[in-house]
Design a protein around this ligand. Structure first.
Ligand SMILES: Cc1cc2nc3c(=O)[nH]c(=O)nc-3n(C[C@H](O)[C@H](O)[C@H](O)COP(=O)(O)OP(=O)(O)OC[C@H]3O[C@@H](n4cnc5c(N)ncnc54)[C@H](O)[C@@H]3O)c2cc1C
Length: 242
């Protein structure tokens, strides 16, 4: 009888790759955080390197962030450092593209960037979370200018030819309506004692009050056209509101 191989557990890398393939980058990031790979560091300052033997030479492969910072700190500590970079530019995965730039993609296609002056895109990393203390330290040290990253603009337009009759809608309208109708539904369910199993008498008043404010409901706990909801989703005629 052939010997059956016991199933082998996937390595952490294989598991993360599968999660990324099946569920996308948000799930992958979540999984990496759970494994402790995407966490903030306990950075308290740059490494205090010292004691380089005179004339010791170090070769760093790659001029991405890690290569360049290693070289910087090693050089400060007295080593004789050289970086070898495979590409014709430094920065590794960090790159900003502006009008007039040319970039060759991994698949071989060449893109000519035709942005108007002042516009750019960072096709690699573009966000620096507040807990990347190490990176922020070096940005300050080198005087790298940072820009605020606007994650949510309530006034932005959402447009899809397959939704809302093809008309563009403001994010604030959609979000307010979703919250408002959900809050109204929950308040109704509470008032009709449909949630008595899970909501105690004490909690009922708190949740109703919270729903009223979260969903911009009127005094009758309804999400309807009027001043309360318009202050949240915007006025039809903005000049009147102003
Ligand atoms: C699409 C994308 C979005 C991202 N978004 C974010 C984000 O928003 N925020 C964030 O914090 N991080 C983000 N990251 C992750 C971030 O880009 C990386 O963690 C970081 O750039 C890694 O830096 P590194 O120096 O370790 O590697 P790399 O930047 O990959 O640098 C390695 C360098 O080594 C060179 N090299 C490789 N092998 C050799 C060799 N044998 N000889 C010579 N040179 C060699 C390469 O050409 C490259 O220049 C993103 C990454 C990608 C791809």
């Amino acid at each position: 009888m052939p010997h059956a191989h016991p199933p082998t557990a996937p390595t952490r890398r294989q598991l993360l790759t599968r999660i990324g393939t099946l569920a996308g980058s948000a799930a992958l990031y979540q999984a990496m955080t759970t494994f402790g790979h995407a966490m903030g560091t306990d950075f308290r300052g740059p490494p205090q390197l010292a004691g380089a033997k005179r004339g010791t030479r170090v070769l760093v492969l790659g001029s991405g962030l890690s290569g360049m910072l290693s070289a910087y700190e090693l050089r400060k500590a007295g080593y004789n450092v050289q970086i070898l970079e495979f590409q014709s530019r430094s920065g590794g995965r960090n790159i900003s593209l502006r009008g007039g730039d040319t970039i060759k993609e991994l698949g071989g296609a060449t893109q000519q960037v035709g942005f108007a002056p002042g516009n750019y895109i960072n096709p690699g990393p573009w966000r620096i979370p507040y807990h990347h203390q190490g990176l922020l330290h070096y940005c300050r040290e080198f005087g790298v200018q940072l820009e605020p990253f606007i994650e949510l603009n309530h006034n932005s337009w959402l447009h899809s030819s397959g939704s809302f009759g093809g008309k563009a809608v403001r994010y604030r309208e959609l979000a307010s309506d979703f919250n408002g109708f959900t809050a109204e539904l929950l308040a109704k369910a509470i008032d009709q004692h449909k949630l008595d199993d899970v909501v105690s008498d004490d909690e009922r008043a708190h949740i109703r009050q919270a729903m009223k404010s979260w969903g911009a409901l009127n005094k009758d706990m309804a999400y309807t056209k009027g001043n309360t909801s318009s202050l949240r989703r915007g006025f039809e005629n903005r000049r009147v509101a102003a």
